[in-house]
Design a protein around this ligand. Structure first.
Ligand SMILES: Cc1cc2nc3c(=O)[nH]c(=O)nc-3n(C[C@H](O)[C@H](O)[C@H](O)COP(=O)(O)OP(=O)(O)OC[C@H]3O[C@@H](n4cnc5c(N)ncnc54)[C@H](O)[C@@H]3O)c2cc1C
Length: 287
């Protein structure tokens, strides 16, 4: 097996195009586990961490953010301005594994691994994030919800790699939150994950919302009915109850040792309500 460590995006694309079965290595916290378990045996590994453009966090001119695809989640958590703008995204990244795992693991690796329970994905879907993708035909962007297509599968074309995560500017009076349920206090896979972003007008009425659920379907899902339940309200108890009903209805989980269908559907509603309350208080500047 060859180990390649390109120093530019162009070089990485050229290697991947010449060796389409090669695997990209960001933090390696999913890839190396699969490699050691013998689940995959790629002809080459392409390490992305020597590419400067993929290792930097940049505030864009419009107030949005470009987070290089190989930036570890620990660096996101330590970035005060990014954390202030997108607490929901940063706290989701901060839930991935342990301190040691976070020193390597990336949010883009979490997305491209295409696991239904990936923690950061509901948070970035709720945040209307996009990814910058580069391949043999140039650079394009795509909404993050369009990247995973099924467990372990992505919509990336041969020779394409994600080069950055793009977060929009934080809107005035807006707030974000991510919550997950796990049976232990840490180091576990989400039984349900929920990301919420809420925007208010000056008077405190919700003008826009996005609610997404993870671990309750083959891929992370947006729940438009949950957003509709909030929009036009003050986020009162009736609106939160309607949001919970919409989340429970949208969830299509499987039964497994970590939770039954009934339990996961119920928890989807509970987490939706709780995450919405946190996002509301952040939108009001209270938290
Ligand atoms: C002990 C432990 C605990 C964990 N806990 C959690 C947890 O609590 N929550 C959670 O969600 N996950 C958890 N994980 C899984 C893993 O850490 C995350 O999914 C992590 O975000 C993966 O990021 P990475 O950079 O390490 O990805 P890698 O392992 O480098 O890559 C993952 C996949 O994405 C592909 N890929 C990577 N970068 C790109 C790119 N730029 N473009 C296209 N494809 C790319 C790789 O080829 C590979 O197929 C845990 C893993 C371990 C080992």
């Amino acid at each position: 097996m060859k180990f390649q460590a390109p120093e530019s995006i162009e070089e990485a694309v050229a290697i991947l195009t010449a060796e389409p079965e090669a695997k990209l290595l960001a933090g390696g916290t999913d890839l190396l586990v699969r490699l050691r378990a013998g689940h995959i045996a790629p002809p080459a590994i392409i390490d992305l961490k020597r590419i400067d453009d993929m290792m930097t966090i940049t505030r864009l001119d419009d107030g949005g953010w470009r987070i290089g695809a190989a930036v570890p989640s620990a660096e996101m958590f330590e970035h005060a301005a990014l954390k202030a703008d997108w607490p929901g995204v940063v706290e989701a990244a901060d839930l991935i594994g342990s301190t040691q795992v976070q020193g390597r693991a990336t949010i883009v690796g979490n997305l491209c691994n295409a696991g239904p329970a990936a923690d950061s994905v509901p948070a970035i879907v709720a945040a209307s994030a996009h990814v910058e993708i580069t391949g043999p035909n140039g650079t394009r962007t795509a909404a993050v919800e369009d990247i995973p297509t099924a467990p372990g599968k992505t919509s990336l074309a041969p020779g394409e790699l994600v080069t950055a995560l793009l977060l929009p500017p934080r809107a005035p009076h807006s707030g974000s939150a991510y919550l997950r349920f796990i049976p232990r206090t840490e180091m576990d896979i989400a039984v349900v994950g929920c990301g919420v972003v809420i925007q208010l007008d000056e008077g405190g009425t919700i003008t826009d919302a996005r609610v997404s659920l993870g671990a309750v379907g083959p891929k992370v899902m947006l729940v438009p009915d949950a957003a509709k339940a909030l929009i036009g309200t003050s986020g009162d108890d009736a609106a939160l109850a309607a949001l919970a009903t919409a989340c429970t209805a949208a969830a299509t989980p499987i039964d497994d040792k970590r939770g039954t269908v009934e339990f996961r559907k119920h928890v989807s509603g509970v987490l939706g309500q709780r995450a919405a309350k946190i996002a509301m208080s952040r939108a009001k500047g209270e938290a």
